[in-house]
Design a protein around this ligand. Structure first.
Ligand SMILES: Cc1ncc(C[n+]2csc(CCOP(=O)(O)OP(=O)(O)O)c2C)c(N)n1
Ligand SMILES: [Mg+2]
Length: 343
């Protein structure tokens, strides 16, 4: 696919936001390559009948990684309340490709739920990630509750609450945003707007063109930026993280992303999305954009990129072998993560 170089060069290395340097961008690119390779592998394993269901992160990587780097650089401590499409958040937070694949294959040793939940669901508190429910938007109230607890305890935690565009039309999001703003809670609401909720396009979900405009109703800042652009996404997230860390309350950051694949592996997007629309979306590929930026600064070459891709492929191959060889969890621990053991 030819990439439109004029449109991808929205940034130069001379105007990087405070806290983000060239080394970070190279690191983020390497993460992107690994996560895209892993995501493609998981999708292929679904087609082979091995992974039951996949919600792909392809097209969302820049938004997710920029937000994680902004949290790392601008908060003393933070926590991520993710949703099912946030593979780049979970992996950059330390979920290994093997652990991610154990989840998609429902194998023993998966750390988020012991492979008892939908993939990418559960909790890995030591890696600052929680995603308890697949019910759209319920985790936004959980995120706000976590932020309230942190504030009451005097802890410096900033909470990132990730969701899709569709989720913002759910009642819980209204309650959570309103409460967080009234209580000045340290939350960054991160909306990954891929313009679809399964087959429902944005204009059928809401009567606003920018999700960020909803922020006005809650008395908090709202901003929309290009979520396929790491630098723009980082700048917007960093500002919101700093505001939360200063105790000034929540913000809504809308990251305009693309969804290249169907909603999940169970969906057939050909019945509601034209191929030309997806071809157009692929011109905004976050990997191509970041690679072009790095190349313009002499920080990436085609050879180095090929090495990164080869190394990612080897790592994902090894993870695939390990996950395929792993056993399924034993029947008798099925209730272990459901009820707390008391006494
Ligand atoms: C309360 C609820 N309603 C419906 C569903 C079915 N469902 C799963 S994902 C989804 C679309 C969510 O779209 P969006 O928030 O934009 O996230 P995206 O998948 O596009 O990243 C729907 C309707 C659900 N899981 N929970
Ligand atoms: Mg969506």
């Amino acid at each position: 696919m030819a990439v439109d170089n004029a449109s991808i060069m929205t940034q130069t290395m001379n105007d990087l936001p405070s806290g983000l340097n060239a080394e970070d961008l190279v690191d983020i690119y390497a993460n992107m390559v690994l996560i895209r390779t892993l995501d493609e592998r998981i999708w292929a394993m679904n087609r082979q009948g091995k992974a039951a269901i996949v919600a792909s992160s392809q097209g969302h990587e820049a938004a997710q990684l920029a937000s994680v780097w902004a949290l790392r650089h601008h908060a003393k401590d933070y926590f991520c309340f993710t949703y099912y499409r946030d593979l780049a958040v979970t992996v950059s937070q330390g979920l290994t490709p093997t652990e991610a694949l154990l989840g998609f294959l429902a194998k023993e040793g998966e750390p988020m739920s012991g492979a008892r939940q939908f993939p990418q669901h559960g909790a890995i508190p030591d890696r600052k990630v929680i995603n308890i429910s697949n019910v759209v938007a319920t985790h936004i109230s959980h995120a706000v509750g976590w932020a309230l607890a942190a504030k009451m305890r005097g802890e410096p935690t900033v909470v990132a609450a990730y969701m899709g565009d569709g989720a913002t039309s759910q009642g819980e999001v209204h309650e959570a945003m309103n409460f967080a703003s009234v209580m000045k809670l340290p939350v960054v609401f991160i909306v990954e707007n891929n313009k679809y909720a399964i087959s429902v396009p944005q204009h059928r979900q809401m009567n606003v063109t920018e999700v960020s405009s909803r922020a006005v109703g809650y008395g908090m800042p709202g901003v929309t930026v290009d979520g396929t652009d790491v630098v723009a996404s980082y700048a917007a997230c960093a500002e919101a993280v700093e505001r939360a860390a200063r105790g000034e309350g929540p913000s809504l950051v809308e990251l305009d992303v693309e969804r290249y694949l169907p909603h999940t592996s169970d969906d057939d997007d050909s019945v509601y999305r034209a191929k030309e629309e997806i071809d157009e979306a692929r011109k905004r590929d976050p990997l191509a954009k970041l690679k072009a930026l790095l190349q313009s600064a002499g920080l990436m070459t085609d050879e180095r990129d090929a090495e990164l891709r080869e190394s990612a492929r080897r790592e994902v191959d090894a993870a695939t072998d390990a996950a395929e060889a792993a056993p399924f969890p034993p029947d008798d621990d099925v209730l272990e993560r459901v009820f707390e053991e008391v006494g």
